[in-house]
Write a protein that binds this ligand. Structure first.
Ligand SMILES: [Zn+2]
Length: 166
């Protein structure tokens, strides 16, 4: 916008600047990788399979074309698990971090946990898979209060009836 509040149109679209790749690693650092930026897409996966595979309330993945992804180190440290649907989950055999998730119906894609990346991937996770499996114990942005005597710890005050299934 200019000083009078009008939008000025650029004659040419500016070339995309910024990082062209993002790196990531497992917890112990044995497995490192890089992916092209922007990634294809990103999403939250609430399915029971991904919840168990991550030991977390849900998993957030970044989908990358295999042609734009490569392991830098530690590919030989990966162990693989194939489930009954043909999905393959790979994890670091040294530290247990989930590293990659391949789905049988999308063989050109490799899906990487968002949390393993050191920087942005060019895609926000705006999609949700299996939202009907959202757990009651998922944090949904409720107001938090400091816990007296425990600096850095906050909690959600109990309100109303207890939730079922907790
Ligand atoms: Zn590791």
């Amino acid at each position: 916008m200019d000083a009078r509040g009008k939008t000025t149109q650029a004659k040419e679209r500016p070339r995309r600047t910024g990082p062209t790749r993002a790196e990531g690693r497992c917890l112990c650092g044995a497995v490192t990788f890089e992916a092209g930026v922007p990634a294809r897409w990103a999403w939250h996966d609430h399915s029971a399979a991904s919840r168990r595979a991550h030991g977390a309330v849900y998993a957030t993945y970044v989908g990358v074309y295999r042609s734009r992804f490569r392991f830098l180190t530690g590919e030989d440290c990966l162990s693989h698990f194939e489930d009954e649907n043909g999905a393959t989950r790979s994890f670091c055999a040294r530290c247990g971090s989930p590293v990659a998730y391949g789905r049988a119906h999308a063989p050109t894609m490799i899906n990487i946990p968002r949390a393993l990346f050191d920087s942005g991937t060019g895609r926000e996770p705006r999609y949700h898979i299996a939202i009907d499996e959202l757990q009651e114990w998922t944090y949904l942005g409720e107001a938090l209060s400091p816990l007296k005597g425990f600096p850095g710890v906050v909690w959600t005050r109990a309100r109303g009836k207890k939730k079922a299934g907790i």
